[in-house]
Design a binder for this molecule. Structure first.
Ligand code: SF4
Length: 318
């Protein structure tokens, strides 16, 4: 995950629970992809580091266990860069220019991001995966094409130099589609998110600002819960079925007001966030703790990375 700073409810319901569960079945490597971030972030590296720390605090508070999983910073395991360079020697440029997200992002962010590094993003991503001989990668449906490219690159390496790397397969998990507070796609840049670490007053305030059924302007107007974002959030935040039925009927008969409905939702969200915020506070209160965790992870990652890169170099003959 790129160091984006504090994570939000989309992550809490999306990637993170999946990552936490995978720890029971697999040896997992979770990496702060700071080299990838350099392709589009041109602000200070210091602020990127801080964002990485905030993000790792969220991971751990949500249940990633650095004792069981390897949690590290990509840039601190230099083998990622070296393997990406070697893979770059065998990846045709045409494979990269046809990646749809490349053109989309250049169109969105402008030519200044059309660098060699950004074009080669999928090559570095492949290195991130196969450097640990990963058999599985947890991805969302939108990332499947990237993984397919990683598999193609892996096959090309293996066919040229011998079977060094297993072809990584996807672990596809359906995650709930949580939209932003205003009903648009959830995105920090739209300012329509609630951070996992958000203080209770802020959570309440943000929930009260959520868009509801546009047809329900006054308390006595009947509402349509199926058209209301607040109602869909109720489902995601464990409101029991009985209460959902009550809200649904109350809304349609104009017996319950949006203010009460939102207050109840805020309480549900806070019940999920309170322990995470507390754990996060403890983690960040201890000076250097997250850095120590990342350093421990770097050691474990490097052990594997050095061995596997050595195998790759030997296969190539360098
Ligand atoms: Fe939405 Fe609840 Fe208001 Fe109905 S009562 S429109 S479900 S916020």
């Amino acid at each position: 995950m790129r160091p984006t700073g504090r994570l939000h409810l989309g992550h809490l319901l999306g990637a993170l629970p999946n990552w936490v569960r995978l720890q029971d079945r697999y040896q997992c490597f979770y990496c702060v992809a700071d080299l990838h971030a350099l392709t589009t972030r041109f602000d200070s590296v210091e602020s990127m580091k801080r964002d990485g720390i905030e993000m790792v605090a969220d991971w751990i508070a949500a249940g990633i266990d650095p004792e069981r999983s390897v949690v590290f910073r990509q840039s601190e395991v230099k083998e990622h860069s070296e393997l990406a360079l070697l893979l770059g020697m065998l990846v045709p440029v045409s494979w990269l220019t046809r990646v749809p997200s490349y053109k989309e992002m250049v169109g969105e962010l402008g030519e200044r991001i059309a660098t060699l590094g950004f074009l080669g993003y999928p090559v570095l991503q492949t290195a991130d995966i196969i450097l640990y001989k990963a058999s599985r990668v947890p991805v969302g449906e939108d990332q499947l094409s990237h993984l397919e490219l990683a598999r193609e690159i892996t096959r090309r390496f293996n066919s040229l130099y011998g079977e060094v790397f297993p072809e990584p397969k996807a672990i596809l998990t359906k995650t709930p589609r949580l939209v932003g507070l205003d009903g648009r796609k959830m995105s920090k840049s739209y300012g329509n998110t609630i951070d996992m670490a958000e203080e209770p007053e802020v959570v309440r305030k943000k929930v009260m600002s959520m868009f509801t059924d546009p047809a329900r302007k006054r308390l006595k107007d009947a509402g349509h819960p199926d058209k209301c974002n607040v109602f869909s959030y109720h489902r995601f935040f464990d409101t029991p079925q009985e209460e959902l039925d009550e809200i649904s009927l109350g809304c349609r008969q104009a017996d319950i007001g949006c203010t009460e409905c939102k207050q109840r939702l805020a309480a549900r969200i806070l019940a999920r966030l309170d322990p995470i915020r507390e754990r996060r506070r403890e983690l960040l209160q201890e000076p250097g703790l997250i850095e120590d965790i990342l350093e421990g992870g770097r050691g474990k990652a490097q052990e594997v990375a050095t061995r596997v890169l050595g195998e790759a170099c030997e296969a190539i003959g360098i």
